[in-house]
Design a protein around this ligand. Structure first.
Ligand code: ZN
Length: 114
């Protein structure tokens, strides 16, 4: 399962943050996940709940900042959400638009407690 690998590398990263901050305990980790990152959020949460306690994180919360796929219009600069592969700018109707988000898959933040 691809989500298991993601969770495992997220927990590795949280471990590294914890090592750099002795005496403080990670309480929350935030992930930024794009619509096109190919992640199943339900199984991601499932894997997280299964793995986190065995990695020594008992009260670690997972927060997901979900990003829809977006394009930016090269003519008028508008950023808009892409639905059903429709990449035409809704404002000026130009077809000259480029991807501007929605493929993210990274750790946005780790919250620490004393
Ligand atoms: Zn436009």
């Amino acid at each position: 399962m691809h989500e298991m690998g993601i969770v495992s590398s997220v927990l590795d990263a949280v471990h590294r943050v914890a090592e750099k901050n002795p005496g403080r305990r990670p309480s929350k980790v935030g992930l930024r996940i794009g619509e096109w990152a190919g992640v199943d959020l339900e199984s991601l949460r499932f894997c997280f709940d299964a793995l986190a306690p065995s990695e020594g994180f008992r009260d670690l919360d997972l927060e997901i900042d979900y990003r829809y796929r977006q394009n930016r219009c090269q003519r008028c600069g508008l950023e808009f959400r892409v639905k059903d592969y429709e990449i035409q700018c809704p404002s000026c109707l130009s077809d000259n638009t480029i991807p501007a988000g929605g493929e993210e898959l990274d750790i946005a933040w780790v919250e620490l407690q004393e």
